[in-house]
Design a protein around this ligand. Sequence first.
Ligand SMILES: C[S@@+](CC[C@H](N)C(=O)[O-])C[C@H]1O[C@@H](n2cnc3c(N)ncnc32)[C@H](O)[C@@H]1O
Length: 321
Amino acid sequence: MPNNSYLYTFKYNHHYRDLCRLESTQIFGEEEKDNLLFSNIKVEPSISPFIKSRFDVILSARNYSELLKSVAQQNIHQEGFKAEYLVLEGDATGYRDRLAQLKDIGYRIEGEPDYYHPSVIYSICHYQDIWYFGILIKHNPDWQKHKDKPAKFSSSISINIAKTLVSIASRGDKNKQLLDACCGVGTVLLEACFSGFSMEGCDINWKACKKSKENLAYYNYTATVFRSDIKALNKKYDAAIIDLPYDLYTHSSDAISFKIIAAVANLAPRIIIVSISDIGPLIEDAGLKIVDSCLVEKRGNKKFTRRIWVCEKSFTLLSYL
Ligand SMILES: C[S@@+](CC[C@H](N)C(=O)[O-])C[C@H]1O[C@@H](n2cnc3c(N)ncnc32)[C@H](O)[C@@H]1O
């Protein structure tokens, strides 16, 4: 039987497949398969746009009656609980059977249930001939409200990508100090704040900074935004995100991108870069090692493809002298 504490379920649109792979590999060290992933690493499902739920395994058994016996032996007393059946890939249990099994579970938990505002969701699921009982933590979709942020920028990244950048940069660790080096109107900052990450923003353009602050204030979030050229920032972070200028509305070139990347490499050892062209050699010239990367097509616009690069500072022998 798998000896993992957590079972994650995933859901994503096919054009995000590679981005989901990148995120899953960076957080858990492995890819999800069939929208499922067993792991001992604990993260909140809502830090990712793709994780639907986390099932915290309490018990597992090879047969159902054995599982019920073990649930009863737990002597659980929980007011306001709810029982839910988690249907996983390959589980052919029919609706009526699932309802009957939920009753079985409900009868083995003491306390008044609350279906609408449960204090805890107890759950069962069946996967590869093993029954599991545990607590289900669902993704909180409230971050979708950021689609209606008051200050917008036509070339902003989508909130899905923004959310993934935060989870990849932090690897789900909320103790990390994060930086959005070219924060624009704050799309990434909003996602960091929603999930409780500590992130600061920086942008050279005063209008972008003003819009960022306006967006943060609109949702009652607090984050520092520096109006500065990133080259002048003198602070240290655990990880940074750079959504490079695209030369659509702001002037950009390889030389400008290189200077921004090299400056951020002095501020953080781990950097997630977003570009619209292949800047692999440029990243390496800036002294960074490319750990992984992926392509994300803009939905309905195959020509506009973004590249996301996970980079870490490469230490040469000289660094140690
Ligand atoms: C592609 S936009 C970022 C968009 C942002 N992710 C958003 O969703 O709104 C790039 C940003 O980089 C900023 N920028 C360009 N050069 C910079 C520099 N040297 N230091 C800081 N910010 C810079 C631009 O003002 C622009 O807002």
